[in-house]
Design a protein around this ligand. Structure first.
Ligand code: HEC
Ligand code: HEC
Length: 332
C-alpha cells in the first residue's frame, strides 16, 4: 500500500497519469521526470527543412576551416555520440585544445552553452569554433567570401534566407540543424511511458539508485538530466583547478565550477568530464562514491556531494542505468 503522503508527493512530482500507471510502485518516492518536451526553435530562427539541411551540410563541411580539413563533425562525430572519443579537442594542424568536446545530443535544450556557460545561444556559439585558432582557425569575412564563391552554397543560402551567405546566417543554419540532434527514445524514455520491460533488471536497480541513495538527480535533474547550473565536483587538471565558471562571472566562489551536462547517450561519449579525465563510467561513479573528494585542496566543492557508500554491485547497476538505460542501443 502506498501511504497517503507518498501519493500526494507522487501527484506533485510527476502527475497523476504516471502514478496511475504504477511506475512508482517502489516504497521510496522517486522524482521521475516528465517526458522530454518537444524542441523549441526561437521565433527569429524558425526551422525549415531547407534551413536544417543547409545547417547539416555546413556542419559536415571541412571548408569551414582555414585548412579545408576540419569540420564541426571532426570533433562532434555522430558515430561517437557527437563527441570525438578523445580527452581533448583536436583542431587545425593537429592543435590540441584544453577541454573535452561535449556531445551535442539535446544541446538545444540547454540554457547556456560551453562547459562554463559563456555562450547564450546556439546561433552565437556556432561562430566561435570557426574562428578559434586551435579549432577551425578561419576568419569569418574570408569564410563568407568562400561560401558565396561556391555555386551550390550561394543557391542554398538564396533559397533559405533570400540572399547571400553572411556570418549571422551561417550561425542560424548551423543552430537550426543542431536543434534536431535530439535523444528522446532511450530505454529510460520507454520505461517512463509505462513499458516496464524497457529496462533490464540491473539498469532498473541503477535507476532506483540514481533517484535514491546515489542522489545523482539532485544536479542531473528533469528529462534532460541537467539543472542548467554550475558545480564544482572536484575535477582537477594535473593538480590544478581550472577557473571554469569563474572566468565568466569573475567570482572566486565560481572557481572550478562547470555546467551540469546531460547524461543522455552517455554510453557513447567517453571519455568524461570537461577535461576528459575519466575513461569509463565506472570511474565516474567511483569519483562520486567517494564524495568527489580528491587529494588536492578544494575549498568550494559542492555541498550536494557526499560519500555514497555504494558497494561494487551498486556501482555496476548505476553504470548499467547510464550505459543501457540512457543510451539508445546501437543500430537503432
Ligand atoms: C577542434 C574541435 C572542435 C571543433 C572543430 C568544433 N568544436 Fe564544438 N566544441 C569543442 C569543444 C572542446 C567544446 C567545449 C569548449 C568549452 O566548453 O570551453 C565545444 C563546444 C561546443 C558546443 C557547446 C556544447 C555544450 O554542451 O555546451 C556546441 C553547441 C558546439 N561545440 C558546436 C560546434 C559547431 C556548430 C562547430 C562547427 C562550426 C563546432 N562545434 C566545431 C570542440 C570543437
Ligand atoms: C553537485 C551536482 C552533481 C551531482 C550530485 C552529480 N553530478 Fe554528475 N556532473 C555534474 C557536473 C557539474 C559535471 C561536469 C563536471 C566537469 O566536467 O568538471 C558532471 C558530469 C558527469 C558525468 C560526465 C558527463 C560528460 O559528458 O562528460 C557523468 C557521467 C555524471 N556526471 C554522472 C553522475 C552520476 C552517476 C551521479 C550520481 C552518482 C552524478 N553525476 C551526480 C554535477 C553533478
Amino acid at each position: 500500500m502506498r501511504s497517503s503522503s507518498n501519493w500526494y508527493w507522487c501527484m506533485l512530482s510527476i502527475g497523476a497519469s504516471l502514478c496511475a500507471l504504477g511506475v512508482l510502485a517502489a516504497e521510496e518516492p522517486t522524482p521521475l521526470p516528465r517526458p522530454l518536451p518537444a524542441m523549441q526553435h526561437p521565433a527569429d530562427n524558425a526551422a525549415t527543412p531547407e534551413k536544417v539541411a543547409l545547417g547539416k551540410a555546413l556542419f559536415f563541411e571541412p571548408r569551414l576551416s582555414r585548412t579545408d580539413k576540419v569540420s564541426c563533425a571532426s570533433c562532434h562525430d555522430p558515430a561517437k555520440g557527437f563527441s570525438n572519443g578523445e580527452r581533448v579537442a583536436i583542431g587545425v594542424e593537429g592543435k590540441q585544445g584544453t577541454r573535452s568536446a561535449p556531445s551535442l545530443f539535446n544541446v538545444g535544450y540547454y540554457r547556456s552553452l560551453f562547459w562554463d556557460g559563456r555562450a547564450r545561444t546556439l546561433e552565437e556559439q556556432a561562430l566561435l569554433p570557426i574562428q578559434d585558432a586551435k579549432e577551425m582557425g578561419m576568419n569569418l569575412d574570408a569564410l563568407v567570401r568562400k561560401l558565396n564563391g561556391i555555386d551550390d552554397y550561394r543557391r542554398r543560402f538564396q533559397t533559405v534566407f533570400g540572399g547571400e551567405a553572411t556570418a549571422a546566417r551561417i550561425g542560424q543554419a548551423l543552430a537550426a540543424f543542431e536543434r534536431t540532434i535530439v535523444s528522446r527514445d532511450t530505454p529510460f524514455d520507454r520505461y517512463l511511458q509505462g513499458n516496464q520491460q524497457a529496462l533490464k533488471p540491473a539498469a532498473l536497480r541503477g535507476l532506483k539508485l540514481f533517484y535514491g541513495q546515489a542522489r545523482c538527480f539532485v544536479c542531473h535533474q528533469g528529462p534532460n538530466f541537467t539543472d542548467d547550473e554550475f558545480h564544482n565536483i572536484g575535477i582537477f587538471d594535473d593538480g590544478r583547478l581550472e577557473a571554469g565558471r569563474e572566468a565568466v562571472t569573475g567570482k572566486r566562489a565560481d572557481r572550478g565550477k562547470f555546467k551540469t551536462p546531460t547524461l543522455r547517450e552517455i554510453g557513447q561519449t567517453a571519455p568524461y568530464m570537461h577535461n576528459g579525465r575519466f575513461k569509463t563510467l565506472a570511474e565516474v561513479v567511483q569519483h562520486y562514491n567517494f564524495g568527489g573528494v580528491t587529494d588536492e585542496a578544494n575549498d568550494s566543492r559542492d555541498e550536494k556531494l557526499s560519500v555514497l557508500y555504494l558497494n561494487e554491485d551498486q556501482v555496476n547497476d548505476l553504470v548499467a542505468f547510464l550505459a543501457e538505460g540512457l543510451t539508445t542501443p546501437a543500430g537503432k
